[in-house]
Design a protein around this ligand. Structure first.
Ligand code: ADP
Ligand code: ADP
Length: 229
């Protein structure tokens, strides 16, 4: 089964705002898909509905072969913990916990014992090898972002959902950050669904969905530069 299937999803908020209008997207395993568009286009709503963080008004979504709408809230929470990784602009690291404990939090919340070799290997991959015992406050903004990245992939989910993931970084740091995300998920065979308004952040994707007014207006396959978008 594909990593993510969004099938004819519409979302109308209680305010009457039509955020998504009959959107269908299929994300193959190991594929990096970016959703690019101006503020209000519906990018964030699409990522939230696809990830099971929000319920569509109509249509259905599947993650890793599981139909999200058919799950109880408890099963949905389990799915979010183990089959899905998240990366948001606000990384919400736990200030009192070490880098290692922040990275392994999803595993521990799911009742799984973290494997120290794996955590060390992952920390090395994201450039945090010497930082595992530090607290987040001792790290630079980019290093904190790498902790959030490691936390998003540590449970080896089939897919990472990212909503404006570089939003808290300086624009000149965003390109390298998403390049690292790309490298890490490629190494682990994970898919990504990433929403952004920044063409430089979308450009490393295998496929870019251009969103406007709650619809996918166009699709660009494997862009080579941000200028193409
Ligand atoms: P984007 O991520 O592209 O900026 P959003 O998905 O956040 O777009 O928003 C799409 C539309 O839905 C906008 O018109 C926005 O105002 C509206 N919207 C988003 N979230 C809510 C909400 N919680 N309640 C009501 N309207 C919302
Ligand atoms: P690569 O893709 O570079 O071959 P992997 O991503 O498969 O490496 O894993 C790197 C190391 O971490 C391997 O030793 C692997 O056994 C271990 N590892 C991977 N995932 C987990 C996990 N969820 N729990 C424990 N160890 C893991």
């Amino acid at each position: 089964s594909p990593a993510v299937v969004v099938d004819r999803v519409s979302k109308i908020y209680p305010t009457g705002a039509r955020a998504l209008d009959d959107v269908s997207v299929t994300v193959a395993r190991g594929t990096f898909v970016a959703v690019l568009g101006p503020p209000g286009a519906g990018k964030s709503t699409l990522v939230h509905c696809a990830a099971g963080l929000d319920a569509p008004t109509s249509g259905s979504t599947r993650v890793d072969g599981v139909e999200i709408g058919a799950l109880s809230e408890i099963r949905r929470a389990e799915l979010r913990r183990l089959r899905v990784g998240f990366l948001f602009a606000a990384h919400n690291l736990m200030p009192a916990m070490s880098v290692a404990d922040n990275i392994t939090l999803p595993l521990r919340l799911a009742g799984t014992a973290p494997d120290h070799d794996w955590v060390r290997a992952l920390a090395e991959r994201v450039g945090l090898a010497g930082r595992l015992a530090h607290r987040p406050v001792e790290l630079s903004g980019v290093e904190q972002w790498r902790v959030a990245l490691a936390r998003a992939v540590v449970a080896r989910p089939a897919v990472v959902f990212a909503d404006e993931p570089t939003g808290a970084l300086h624009p000149r740091e965003a390109g390298a950050a998403v390049g690292l995300l790309r490298e890490v998920v490629d190494g682990l065979g994970q898919a990504v669904v990433l929403a952004t308004r920044d063409a430089a952040v979308a450009a490393p994707a295998d496929r870019v969905l251009l969103m406007a007014g709650g619809r996918v207006a166009d699709t660009v396959e494997a862009p080579t530069t941000a200028a193409e978008l």
